[in-house]
Ligand binder design. Structure first.
Ligand SMILES: N[C@@H](CCC[C@H](N)C(=O)O)C(=O)O
Length: 295
């Protein structure tokens, strides 16, 4: 998959529990995937994606690669749990090893593929201070912040827990079916709410048992997705600090199950599958792409 410095670079179409991922191999190239290219790639049905994970040469000693994450609207994201699993699987297949250290905008992350194909990514540590998320208003306690949608006296969703997993998340807790909420309608309004100066990923969470969360997410810069790994991590840490959940739980997202654990050293691990679909090459400046014949 290694790039050669020419204008076209190899890419893999993959998914992490239905989170649609394009892994672009930018190694050996000084270029970056442009926002225009991302929007053009996303505009075509075969390459419609949630995130592009662009693998660049390492910038920091001790890391294997620098990963740039681009949302389907062309914006940059600090973290992407499902995409990181796809990157681990892609590089593992190429290099014949299982463990990698990556640098991202969210910091240094580790990923490892187990014998059974499940991939665990250490997503780093959560942050809860209002200025770290960030919020536009000071809140001493971010386990429950003032934010609601719907009629003022009968809000449909209200009082989310907020957290940063490198990227900003709001978790709205509900007692009934997460599918009974029009997240496609409320998601964009909440993502762009003035409380979030960098926008936010918006999730609805139901907790049927301390070791289980049912979660739907409207992703910042990508919209409704089948899975959002960092949202699953944010839901777990928010669940644990509000005493709704234990520190380890299965998080059921539309695409399937993820396992999230908040370790004693404050790091959060995310475990789940990754799936290769097909390969091709693309122009990171324009987004023009071709599918390869070979599997
Ligand atoms: N799908 C991702 C999260 C992607 C980033 C997000 N849209 C953002 O802009 O913060 C995941 O699996 O974590």
């Amino acid at each position: 998959m290694r790039g050669s410095g020419v204008s076209r670079v190899p890419f893999l179409k993959m998914n992490g529990l239905g989170n649609q991922i394009v892994v672009a191999d930018m190694r050996g190239s000084k270029a970056r995937v442009t926002p225009e290219a991302a929007i053009a790639i996303n505009a075509q049905p075969q390459t419609k994606f949630d995130q592009i994970m662009a693998i660049h040469d390492a910038r920091t000693p001790g890391t294997d690669y620098y990963i740039e994450i681009i949302n389907s609207d062309g914006s940059r994201a600090q973290a992407c749990g499902n995409g990181m699993r796809c990157v681990v699987q892609a590089l593992g297949a190429e290099e014949g090893r299982r463990r990698f250290t990556f640098e991202t905008l969210a910091g240094i992350l580790f990923g490892e593929e187990a014998e059974d194909g499940q991939i665990t990514v250490d997503m780093g540590t959560p942050k809860f201070a209002w200025y770290d998320i960030p919020l536009n208003e000071e809140f001493a306690d971010t386990r429950q912040v003032e934010l609601q949608i719907g009629p003022i006296d009968a809000p449909v969703l209200h009082s989310p827990s907020v957290a940063s997993m490198g990227n900003p998340h709001a978790t709205f807790w509900v007692k009934d079916d997460v599918w009974s909420y029009a997240l496609d309608r409320f998601g964009p309004l909440l993502e762009n709410h003035p409380l979030f100066p960098e926008r936010a990923n918006i999730s609805i969470a139901n907790v049927p048992a301390p070791d289980r969360i049912i979660l739907r997410t409207w992703e910042r810069g990508a919209g409704l997705t089948e899975a959002c790994g960092t949202a699953a991590c944010a839901a777990l840490v928010n669940g644990a600090r509000t005493r709704r959940t234990a520190r380890k739980a299965t998080v059921t997202v539309p695409g399937g199950d993820l396992v999230v654990e908040w370790l004693d050293n404050d790091h959060v691990t995310l475990t789940g599958p990754a799936e290769f679909e097909w390969r091709g090459d693309l122009d990171p400046a324009t987004g023009a792409w071709t599918r390869s014949e070979a599997a």
